[in-house]
Each structure stands twice: as structure tokens, then as C-alpha cells.
Design a binder for this molecule. Sequence first.
Ligand SMILES: [Zn+2]
Ligand SMILES: [Zn+2]
Length: 150
Amino acid sequence: MGAFDMKLPWRETEAGKQWLRAYKNRWKKENRKKNLEKARAYGRKRYHDRDKAIYRTIRETVLNHYGGQCACCGESVYEFLAMDHIFGGGNKHRKARKKDTLAMWLYENGYPEGFQVLCHNCNMAKGFYGRCPHGSTISKLFKSAMAIDK
Ligand SMILES: [Zn+2]
Ligand SMILES: [Zn+2]
């Protein structure tokens, strides 16, 4: 046996074999764990993507049902739009719905009245100032006059 012989003497000993076996087993186990995690992550992502697709379809359906454009400024780009409670009460309502989204809730409850489509700009303005600078959403004054949302 020369100095450059590739035969590794430790592999021939009982301790060496045991070590090698243990090493292989550990490697297999870790790999299995890694693969499992990868598979799980993949499954989660697929689930998430499918959920997102369903949610988007429902959202589009609901937005279209309520006119498909901002009730205030006429914005019709889907990404800018959201459902809005005409008379407010969003927080109270949100609590009752728990983690469902408003669009989902409207869909499941047969499109009840009292909701409108607003773009995020008009919605924010309405939330902050009680009315949108465009001038066509319901103001807080109107709400208190009607004694709604108390
Ligand atoms: Zn708008
Ligand atoms: Zn507006």
C-alpha cells in the first residue's frame, strides 16, 4: 500500500464503519427534515396562492356588484378600490366579522345595502375628515343629523 493509495484504513475498522453508518444516518435524517420543510413551505405557498386567487375573484365580484367604481370620484382601477360602509360603523362591524374581510362578508351575506365602493383616496379622506374633498361622500354632520352610527 503506497502513500497515495486511496484506500482509507479507518473505513476498515469496526469503529470507522460505525462512525460512517452513524454519519450517513444523521445525514439522511437531516435531509429528510429539510425536504419535509421544503415540501411544507411549498404546500403553504400553494395554499396561500389559491386563497389569494379565490379572494381576488370574490373581491372583484363584490366590487362589481356595488358598481365597480369609486362612488365619489369614479376611479375604476381594481387595485385602488375598497368596500366602504356608507354610514360608517366599520370598526364595530369589523369586530363582529372577526377575521373575515368585508368583501367576503358581503359576498356571504348576499350583498346587503348600506355599502359602497370607494377608492382608497376617497376612503381615507372620508375617514380622516368626515368627507372627501371631492365633496360627494357623506359627511359626519350628515351622519349625526341622521343619528346614525352612535
Ligand atoms: Zn375616489
Ligand atoms: Zn373623493
